[in-house]
Design a protein. Structure first.
Length: 463
């Protein structure tokens, strides 16, 4: 029986090689590692990040570079020699290079674009010309296309000639002489066909494409609904411009998720790692929403002032103000978060607003009824323990609290569910209707509901 040899720790080996300063040994070691392991070394040893990239074969260096955080990419390019930077940028896929460049100041972009080969420079400038967050910024022009009159044997010759520089050869695209997209076929269909078979004979006409100016979130939904590894990108005249692959969509989904979480928390999207963002920039990202929310809460004080006489006559009503407004805010925040998430993953569309409204109307009534009953029972229990707190009109006070909770929770639920849909309809980001924003809005209206119900039950008694 043979004993399995213990594998040396990658970090230990790396530290030993760095200490020897043997460039050839370091290069050989790095080129033998998995891309993800090299990225982990960069995370672990940021002081050596540029050395790690510089000592790798350029194709592997580009594969590592494109999966790093933007802050690490900036640091590496800043430290690399100009010749190595040029080599790295030219090796990067066009879509990944565009993603990196669009995060840089315009002056830096101008300097780096000068380092590109003429053809790569042309492609990059073209991609940077599309709107931010559009499919055009994600697409790559590296793909394999053939014509409908080609044979299967012709396709294989084309793949052997151009496949190496393509983003993927899992899907082959069929165009006509004018460059219009006709169809796409999977490589397995080509492999299973006879060499002399015409491509036109194996087309099924079920091509799914993206428009170059489509929103990236929309593209993400199309990928999920069609279970594709790549999708062609066309212009308004159906001319094939490039393709978008599933790995790009995974990055988009991750970025959109992070942005939505930050917006739901009541701040602007950070667009870079929290620990790397400058303090002043972090302050600017947060202060805007805090000021808006603060001004909104000032309306709560205004509403309290409007009902000052009622509070003076029945001080006991003030005891339940935090309970009422927090319940409404919580229900609104719940509904808002649920709808934003459902819209983000494609479970809810603008056309579903009536179904959402009906569901949330019933949900709000049920939730409000439960909280209203609990609030009413709370008044009863406290009255039995300390009758002097609520006095002779304890039942009316309990009814006021119970009905108010019902109304406020119902209103919060409806507001929280409809606001994201309304913002989407107006072309804004639904995540802007964040939990703090909805809670602030419901706080003000909740007070109006509460004191209106109090007037109904206690007019002529305490008011």
């Amino acid at each position: 029986m043979s004993l399995e040899m213990e594998q040396p720790d990658i970090k230990e080996v790396f530290e030993q090689l760095i200490a020897t300063e043997d460039k050839l040994a370091i290069q050989e070691f790095l080129n033998d590692q998995n891309i993800s392991d090299v990225a982990e070394l960069i995370n672990e040893y940021p002081e050596y990040e540029s050395q790690i990239v510089a000592n790798m074969a350029i194709n592997r260096a580009a594969s590592v570079f494109k999966i790093l955080d933007i802050s690490q990419q900036k640091d590496i390019v800043k430290e690399l020699p100009t010749a190595k930077t040029a080599e790295l940028l030219n090796e990067l896929p066009a879509d990944d290079r565009t993603d990196f460049l669009e995060e840089l100041p315009k002056a830096v972009i101008r300097d780096l674009i000068k380092l590109l080969d003429p053809e790569e420079r042309k492609i990059t400038l073209s991609l940077l010309g599309y709107p931010e967050d559009s499919v055009g910024r994600l697409m790559t022009p590296d793909y394999v296309y053939v014509f409908a009159h080609n044979t299967v044997a012709d396709v294989f010759r084309t793949i052997r000639k151009y496949g190496k520089s393509s983003e993927t050869i899992d899907v082959i695209y069929i165009i006509n002489e004018q460059g219009e997209l006709l169809d796409d076929i999977r490589i397995r269909d080509v492999i299973l066909a006879t060499p002399d078979k015409l491509i036109s004979d194996i087309l099924d006409g079920r091509v799914v494409s993206l428009l170059v100016n489509d929103d990236q979130e929309h593209a993400n939904q199309i990928f999920k609904m069609n279970n594709r590894v790549a999708l062609p990108v066309v212009d308004n005249n159906n001319i094939l411009l490039g393709i978008v692959t599933i790995d790009d969509m995974l990055w988009v989904a991750n970025e959109e998720f992070s942005e939505d979480m930050q917006k739901i928390g009541g701040t602007e999207a950070l667009n870079e790692p929290y620990l790397d963002i400058p303090l002043l920039k972090l302050f600017r990202k947060r202060i805007g929403w805090l000021v808006v929310l603060f001004l909104g809460e000032m309306l709560t004080a205004t509403a309290m002032g409007y009902f000052e006489d009622e509070i003076a006559k029945a001080v006991v009503l003030a005891l339940f103000v935090p309970l009422i407004i927090s319940s409404g805010g919580n229900s609104g925040s719940q509904a808002s978060t649920l709808i934003i998430q459902a819209m983000a993953v494609g479970d809810v569309y603008l056309s579903d607003w009536w179904r959402v409204l009906k569901r949330e109307l019933l949900s709000g009534l049920l939730l409000g009824s439960v909280l209203g009953i609990i609030g009413f029972i709370r008044v009863i229990v406290w009255h039995s323990v300390a009758p002097q707190i609520y006095g002779d009109h304890w039942f009316q006070i309990g009814a006021t609290v119970g009905i108010s909770l019902m109304g406020v929770v119902l209103w919060g639920t409806l507001t929280g569910s409809m606001l994201p849909i309304a913002l989407k309809k107006l072309g804004a980001d639904p995540a802007v209707s964040s939990a703090p924003f909805v809670a602030t809005l419901v706080d003000v209206t909740g007070l109006i509901i509460y004191f209106s119900v109090a007037l109904l039950f206690l007019k002529g008694l305490l008011l």
